[in-house]
Design a protein around this ligand. Structure first.
Ligand code: PGA
Length: 251
């Protein structure tokens, strides 16, 4: 059994309109309600447009609200951006930062991610910091080097370890149906803990990339894998709950 409390996170990305998002949130909350108190943390990160409505739907349920990305500043003339404090206002407790769709799709550097982590933690959010190698990195045998560099550079000096989660998400595994073996994931998770140093054993390190109800069990039975970050499979309430329930069986 894992020493750390398991964490199951839904990353809805840019999916969900008001009606469909609310139905999904309510369905997940209903499944979670039937099983309270939850022996793990269950977090939904809807697109920002749905944060308020989903937050309302989750009131009084054991499901927690999170956001996807934020700006480094608390406020200012930043058209189209949202601050960590704004997510806190809406009831968020977690935020995903440094996702590869931000790093590669929006050119975000690890230095910028570190600034975002600092801002989000100052606002009181728990930061889910994503790291992961590309297919080219993997082929070049550079996974360890890339992960080490991203972990070191994506965290601020004064990082609050109680508010820190690292998500290992190989870029080549996201949305592709491909996945490293649990053994390969464990190697990387151990490396991440080593890079984190003395805090390594307390920080939750979760895995993301093509997690489904069919493969969640083999990942979540491993002590080294403290949870999962789920993209497309989190858009189906039963499927997402099945992933979370696997984690319970494994605990
Ligand atoms: P996926 O996405 O589960 O659809 O592969 C995971 C993620 O990008 O967080």
């Amino acid at each position: 059994m894992s020493k750390r409390r398991r964490l199951i996170v839904a990353n809805w990305k840019m999916y969900g309109r008001l009606t469909s998002g609310l139905v999904l949130a309510r369905d997940i909350a209903e499944l979670a309600q039937s099983d309270r108190p939850l022996p793990f943390d269950l977090v939904l990160c809807p697109p920002a447009t749905l944060t308020w409505a989903v937050g309302e739907a989750l009131q009084g349920t054991p499901v927690v609200l999170g956001g996807q990305d934020c700006h480094t500043a608390t406020h200012g003339a930043y058209t189209g951006d949202l601050s960590a404090a704004m997510f806190v206002d809406l009831g968020c407790r977690y935020i995903i930062l440094g996702h590869s769709e931000r790093r590669y799709g929006h050119g975000e550097s690890s230095e910028l991610v570190a600034q975002k982590v600092e801002a989000a933690q100052l606002a009181g959010l728990t930061t889910i910091v994503c790291v992961g190698e590309t297919a080219a990195d993997l082929q070049a045998g550079a996974t360890a080097e890339i992960i080490e560099k991203q972990v070191r550079e994506s965290l601020p000096k004064n990082v609050k370890t109680s508010n820190l989660v690292i998500a290992y998400e190989p870029v080549w595994a996201i949305g592709t149906g491909q996945q490293p073996s649990p053994e390969d994931v464990i190697v990387v998770h151990k490396l991440i803990r080593k890079v984190l140093g003395e805090i390594g054993e307390t920080v939750r390190v979760i895995y993301g990339g093509s997690v489904t109800p069919a493969n969640a069990g083999t990942l979540l039975r491993e002590d080294e894998i403290d949870g999962v970050l789920v993209g497309s499979a989190s858009l189906n309430a039963e499927g997402f709950w099945a992933i979370a329930a696997t984690c319970q069986q494994g605990s």
